[in-house]
Design a protein around this ligand. Structure first.
Ligand code: 5SP
Ligand code: FE2
Length: 215
C-alpha cells in the first residue's frame, strides 16, 4: 500500500519541514487538497503552494481538485508540478474531457467519486484512468469519520479491475487510520491518504504513524 499524507492537516507555519518529515519517513505520495469554497464548503490552497513545494520534494504530488469545472484548472496545477491530478465526477458535465486534458499535459489522470456516487457512474472512464479515488468521507474537511458503506465500492472496483484486466490504482481518502486502512486494504485499495492521523500524531512521530498505516 502506498501512503499519501495530506498536507491539509500539516503545520502551515512549518509546511516545508512537515513535508520533509513525511518524505524522510518513506511516504510515496504527497496529497494536496485544493478546495474552491463552491464544490466544497471550504477553501485551501492554490497552484502557488504546489509550485513552492515542488523543488523541495521528490514525492509524487497527488493533487485532489475539489473545484467545480476542474478542466479550467488542470493545466495550471500540472505546470506547477502535479504528477497526478484528480477530478471529481460530480464537479463537471465533461468528465472525459477533463481526464483527456490531464493526459495530454503528461500527468496521471484520476477520477474521484463522493461517498454518495455509485461505481456505475464512472464505468465508462475506468479504461482511461491511472487512479480512482474513492472518497470515504464527504469532501471538504480533514478529521471526519470514515463512512463504512464506501468499502463495498472499493470491492466492486477491485473486481472490475480483475475482470477487465485493468491496472488503475484505487486510492481512499477520509477518516483513514490504523484500523480503517486495514479494511480498505482488504477491500482492494492500493493507496491510502491520511491527513489528521499523520500530522496530528499526538505523542507519536509522523513517521511512526506512517509505519502503522503501512503495517
Ligand atoms: O480530501 C480531503 C478532505 O476533503 C482529504 O484529503 C483530507 O485531508 C483527509 O483528512 P483526514 O480525514 O485523513 O483527516
Ligand atoms: Fe483529499
Amino acid at each position: 500500500m502506498k501512503i499519501a499524507p495530506s498536507i491539509l492537516s500539516a503545520d502551515m507555519l512549518n509546511l516545508g519541514a512537515d513535508v520533509q518529515k513525511v518524505e524522510d519517513a518513506g511516504a510515496e505520495y504527497l496529497h494536496i487538497d485544493i478546495m474552491d469554497g463552491n464544490f466544497v464548503p471550504n477553501l485551501s490552497f492554490g497552484a502557488n503552494v504546489v509550485k513552492a513545494l515542488r523543488p523541495q520534494s521528490k514525492m509524487v504530488f497527488d493533487v485532489h481538485l475539489m473545484v467545480n469545472n476542474p478542466e479550467n484548472w488542470v493545466e495550471d496545477f500540472i505546470k506547477a508540478g502535479a504528477d497526478i491530478v484528480g477530478v471529481h465526477y460530480e464537479a463537471t458535465p465533461h468528465i472525459h474531457r477533463a481526464l483527456d486534458l490531464i493526459k495530454k499535459n503528461n500527468a496521471k489522470a484520476e477520477v474521484v467519486i463522493n461517498p454518495g456516487t455509485p461505481v456505475s457512474a464512472i464505468e465508462s472512464v475506468l479504461s482511461i484512468v491511472d487512479q480512482v479515488l474513492v472518497m470515504t468521507v464527504d469532501p471538504g474537511f480533514g478529521g471526519q469519520k470514515f463512512i463504512p458503506e464506501t468499502l463495498e465500492k472499493i470491492r466492486q472496483l477491485h473486481q472490475i479491475k480483475e475482470e477487465r484486466n485493468l491496472n488503475f490504482d484505487i486510492e481512499v481518502d477520509g477518516g483513514i487510520n490504523e484500523e480503517t486502512v486495514k479494511l480498505c486494504r482488504e477491500a482492494g485499495a492500493t493507496v491510502a491518504v491520511a491527513g489528521s492521523y499523520v500530522f496530528n500524531s499526538g505523542n507519536e512521530t509522523h513517521a511512526e504513524r506512517i509505519n502503522k498505516l503501512r503495517n
